[in-house]
Structure formats: structure tokens, C-alpha cells
Design a protein around this ligand. Sequence first.
Ligand SMILES: Cc1ncc(COP(=O)(O)O)c(C=O)c1O
Length: 439
Amino acid sequence: MSTSDVTDNTGTGAPVPPQTPQVGPADAARYESRFSALASGTTSSVMRDLMAITEKADIISLAGGLPDTETFPREIYDEIAGEIGTDFLASSLQYGPTDGMGELREQIAKVMADEGARARVDDIMITTGGQQAIDLSIRTFVDRGDTVMAEGPTYPGAAPCFTAYGADVTHVPMDDDGMREDLFEEAYERLVAEGRPPKILYTIPNFQNPAGVTMSLERREKLVEFAHEVGLLIIEDNPYGQIRFEGEPLPTLYELDDGAGWVVYLGTFSKILAPGMRVGWAVAPPQVLRKMNLGKQAADLCSSTYNQRFVTEYLKRYDYREHVARVCELYRGRRDAMLEALEARFPAEATWTRPRGGLFVWATLPDFIDTTALQAKALERQVAFVPGEGAFLDGRGKNSMRLNFSSVPESVITEGVGRLGEVIGDVIDLHDALNPGGR
Ligand SMILES: Cc1ncc(COP(=O)(O)O)c(C=O)c1O
């Protein structure tokens, strides 16, 4: 029996082969003409496409944004899963409220307090991963053609949400202190003058994905002050705030907003527990939360009650911060290995960020290098990265790349960066040979 055969339900146990497809590539037009504008306008996340490639082959992947599976505390997971089966089976197999289990929302308020953010339990809504929180917040505020501001580069996984809802994204440059707040204000004023006032700012202040940099306290304060002054809504996405290797934690924008209601906060357990749980959350004023709730009703009724119970029990019984501390220790070593390898093996023409936490380094190459084209050469050498183009919605980023250091051991990082350095070096040599007069 082939793995795709199924057994019939007549009791004979006979295998039932799958249907032979009657629809081929020539029939594409049948669907094309019927696709909605939303489906037609949605672009794929470059990371998701790459994940499919890197999962298949025997490849060193510096492309993912994955926590190391070795960090998942197996015995604890076993224990909790066992107890859910005995003590909580009915409730964790039943539908739950759209905004999530009350007990979990209480635990989330405590997790946020660990980062110095005081949220009311009633203002918290559980989502299916942080990704759904992004989708729900964008769909709540953005109409086709609306202006949205975001860091440049921005989270590649947010790109499909922006394109799906037709956002016109203006990127704001960053430096080592995160988003350039002065340039943000400038761009904001210009957009207002052009009659395109931004609906929202989407920002990742801590250990930004993909750039790895963190917004300074001074810029956070100025940004929130400006938001209050002009009435700007900020979506603060904070999956990495606790994945800090050094330096003092900084207040969230949500906390600096001090209850004024100009910041919608998004969180997730993907990086502090495990992404497979698909448990994230949003914190927003009641008027906004109601709209997001309606969006979630349409999307999935409620997030997995089984997983919500699991995370609740984990948080009630264990100090998740011990796990986070272990994760940070591990990733700090890997970050160091990546920075050392970059120093030793990348060409002198390249520059890169030096993150103090999170999962990513962002590297910039000479502008004659197109990293999307480079990816094919890198894959021939069995190494993958995320080309920078996927992190911009305006076609920029072609000569940059995102490198992940959390999911493979230090020796593999060193090998992967070395191979990449050689591939880049070859392209530079070829370019120099073809342009003897210099660059
Ligand atoms: C900035 C950012 N937001 C949201 C997400 C999505 O998180 P989740 O896995 O909880 O859906 C990620 C995942 O990498 C991310 O980097």
C-alpha cells in the first residue's frame, strides 16, 4: 500500500487509492479568474519558501528563525502532556472563548510584568502565534492603499500581511540604535503633507527581525511622545524582548505609552517556550480588541485549547525564566561564533550588525551583489540564508542577507559562514575581473 493510500470505511480494510488528478497546469486559468483580489495580491514570505527547501536537503540552514529543539525541556513537556490527558481532558479538547482562556491571560500579564509592562488581563487576547496577532492587527486597521510605516528592513513574515491587505509601506532606516526616530518623524510629516497620513507604525523595538538591532531608550521615549502628539497608532511586536544576552532591559513602548491607548502590543511564546505551541497574544484597548476578536472569530473561532492549557500549566508550575536564561546562554555562544566567523571569513567589503540578543545578524554586501541570485550558488555549497529583498516591500535590500544563529551548533555556524564567505568572495573576484577599472 502506498503511503498516500487510505483504508476504506466499509470494514474490509482494503486500500483505497487516491483520485487521479483531472486538473493540470493548463487549467490554471479556471482558478486565476476566480481568485479574490486579496488572494491575488498576497505575496509569499521568503522565509516560508526557504524553509521548504532547507527542510528537504542536507543543508546548513542559517535561514530559519527557529529556536534549537534541544532547548525544549522534554521531561517537563512529557509530564504536562500526561496530566492534561487525565486532569484537563474535557476542557482542553473543547472549544474555548475566542479571546482565550482566562487563566492563561492571567499568566501572560505576569510574563509581561517580567518585562516591566503592566497589562490588564481584560485587555489581553490569545492568538494562534504572534503571526496571527500581526494579521489581525493589520486587517483591523489597514484598507487597500493605506500608508503603513515599518522599519526597513522589516519582519519578512509580516510582508504577506501587508501585501494581502494592500498596505502601501514606507520603510524607515535603522542604525545600531534601532529605528532612526528623527527620520521616522521626517517621513511621517512628509506623508501627511502628501495627503497620505500613515495609519499605523509596525515596529519591533527589541532585537529586531531581521536586523538584530535594538531601539535605544531615548528613541523609544521620543517615538511615544511623538505618537501622543500627532495621534499615531503603534503596533509593537515583541517576540525577542527576553532573549537578551547582555545590557539592561529597556521599557516596552506599551509601558511608555502609560495606558494612553496608542500602542497595540503583540507577544508570543514561540521564542520563550516553543513555536509549535502556536500561542501568542495581543494587548489592545477594548475598542480595538473587539474588532480583533471579530477577525479571529472569522479566522479560527479560538486558538487550540489543548495548547493553551499546556502553556498555562507550564507557566503555573515552572519558572519559565530559568528556561529563557538557558536559551540565552546557548544563543550568546552561537552569536559569538557567528560574529567571529564573519570577521574571519567574510570579505572586507561586507558589514554586519552586532546583536545583543535575539536570533539574527543582518549583513550588507557590496551593492553589485544580488543576494537572491547568490542564494542559488550558496545552496550549491549546501548553505542557506534569507535574501534581504524579502524584508523590504519597495524592492530594496537586494545586497543584504539575514543570518540566523539560534538553530545550529557553533561549529556548524562557523562552517556555514565560511562557505558563504567563499561564495561571496568568488562573486566579488568575478566582478573585479570583469571591471578592471575598479568598482
Ligand atoms: C518579529 C516577529 N513577529 C512575529 C513572529 C511570529 O511568531 P509566532 O511563531 O509566534 O507566530 C516572528 C517569528 O519569527 C517574528 O520574528
